[in-house]
Design a binder for this molecule. Structure first.
Ligand code: ADP
Length: 497
């Protein structure tokens, strides 16, 4: 059966790209499996999508927010009904195991229910005026058209974090999903349109970053940009957005560490490291990439970790017994290979994995052995740079203070964790680790949708996603003064007597 052709969604119509070009979306576990043919769009498609969004925005902003929330609520119900179907398609297009793609769809469902409720909140402030017979308040207004550029590792969850708060706040959207995983964005938007979202309120333009993403960032008709991806691209996106005074939220890399102290429950810490480092094949911005182990537990912990890692089952994520899926593409495998070589040259000890898998059953996919380096020095490149693959570096350390210092001494500040039974040290870690997220006795992954998500340093530019943070990003304040005194009253000048 020939692969299905997916078109751009512009102004409620499914349309081909003006370029006339398309590209194939391939299954990273088996590249003979073509998920679909997608449009390779450019600036001309973005221009049309932005005009459609601008037009739709003028009506959408006037729809009462609780009504907007009801559409999102219906979308949540539709996503629940289609959860298994969408999770299977996501495993095919992205590679991560079914358990995780079900979680990814669930994250969109959770976000949808939360944001549906925001239709009846979006709290503002009413405050006393300094003058008599005068009323003062601050209310939330939409931004206008929001441009969204998303990565491939959370193909539905991340688009949902951006689209759903933007929509409930009254914005219209143009989204460019990652070239490797556009179908899951389609499925999310399909649920929204089936739930009754009016035409043009969300527009999808697929294609490659410089061709279809950059024109969204540059477009004068786009008021805000939300980007998740690499720090390298984020820097470009942030600079271009700043030149046009656009609100811009950047969510980028991480080099997340789990600290394991001598007094930790080592069984628990081991399970945490396995899940944190090899879940999503290590391709999460919150993946556990470093484990800092205090010297009393170091040898035993490293040996047990190596034993468990070398027994992880790698394969096609549609097989329920598989624990680690493929990497997303050839380039990502090449990056992992490069870092394994660097680690070897730097003098780290390779104790598990280290190679791309090339047995016959792996020959059509991008599989890499789960890999452990021990005896890692915190200054090594493998302990400093984001790898985004199934590689974890174990770093020995002397004491708690040193562990915090090592944890902090990287360019990023997204997620962090500590395993200890000492409540005093746990609280000091919560205070002293420089990161947007800290877990106690849990791994670096597993954010819940209603808490702020984001990080410090090169991880972000100060904004947060997730329930509490998102409404702030997708609205702007308007202060309103109502003078019912029937006379001119001058703030700071008249006393009101
Ligand atoms: P990753 O390494 O995770 O693929 P990228 O930062 O390369 O991260 O990509 C994240 C998203 O940014 C993708 O949707 C990609 O197409 C898009 N992108 C890449 N380059 C640009 C660019 N120059 N301008 C705008 N978007 C881009």
């Amino acid at each position: 059966m020939p692969a299905k052709i997916y078109k751009n969604l512009i102004g409620g119509e499914w349309v081909e790209s003006r370029t006339g070009q398309t590209y194939e979306n391939l299954n990273p576990a088996d590249t003979r499996d073509v998920i679909g043919i997608f449009q390779r769009s450019d600036k001309s498609d973005v221009d049309e999508a932005v005009s459609a969004a601008r037009k739709a925005y003028e009506k959408w902003r006037l729809v009462p927010a609780p009504r907007r929330g009801e559409i999102i609520y219906r979308a949540a119900q539709i996503l629940e009904e289609r959860k298994e179907e969408y999770a299977r398609l996501m495993t095919r297009e992205m590679g991560k195991v079914l358990k995780e793609t079900r979680g990814d769809v669930q994250e969109a469902i959770d976000t949808a229910y939360y944001m549906a409720g925001e239709g009846r909140r979006q709290f503002g402030a009413t405050v006393p005026s300094e003058l008599p017979n005068k009323f003062a308040m601050a209310i939330r207004m939409p931004l206008g058209v929001c441009g969204m550029i998303t990565p491939w590792n959370f193909p539905m969850a991340i688009p949902s974090w951006k689209l759903l708060p933007a929509l409930v706040c009254g914005n219209a959207c143009v989204i460019k999903p990652a070239e490797d995983t556009p179908l899951s964005t389609y499925n999310l938007v399909q649920a929204l349109t089936d739930a009754g979202l009016p035409s043009g309120v969300v527009n999808i333009v697929t294609g490659f970053g410089p061709e279809a993403g950059a024109p969204i960032v540059e477009h004068q008709g786009v008021n805000a940009i939300s980007f998740t991806g690499s720090s390298e691209v984020g820097r470009i996106v942030g600079e271009v957005a700043a030149r046009n005074f656009k609100s811009c939220s950047l969510e980028m890399g991480g080099k997340n560490a789990i600290i394991v102290l001598d007094d930790a429950n080592l069984d628990l810490a081991l399970d945490g490291v396995l899940w944190g480092a090899f879940g999503t094949t290590g391709q999460r911005c919150t993946a556990t990439s470093r484990v800092i182990v205090q010297k009393g537990a170091y040898r035993q912990f490293s040996d047990r970790l190596v034993y468990r890692v070398s027994r992880l089952k790698v394969g096609n994520g549609l097989d329920e017994t598989v624990e680690v899926g493929p990497q997303i593409n050839e380039q990502q495998v090449a990056t992992t290979e490069k870092y394994v070589q660097i680690g070897g040259h730097e003098g780290a000890k390779l104790e598990a994995g280290g190679k791309a898998l090339n047995k016959p059953e792996y020959s059509y996919g991008w599989f890499f052995e789960p890999t452990v380096f021990t005896e890692v020095d915190p200054r090594m490149k493998i302990a400093q740079e984001e790898i985004f693959g199934p590689v974890v570096s174990v770093i020995p350390c002397d004491n708690f203070e040193k562990a915090i210092e090592i944890s902090n001494n990287v360019p990023y500040g997204l997620s962090s964790a500590i395993y200890t039974r000492d409540v005093n040290r746990a609280f000091r870690a919560m205070r002293d680790i420089n990161a947007g997220i800290t877990y106690i006795n849990a791994p670096t992954i597993g954010a819940e949708v209603h808490l702020p998500f984001g990080g410090t340093k090169a991880t972000g530019n100060g904004h947060r996603e997730g329930g509490l943070g998102a409404i702030d990003f997708y609205t702007q304040w308007k202060s309103i003064y109502v003078d019912y005194s029937d006379k001119l009253q001058r703030a700071q000048i008249d006393t009101g007597e």
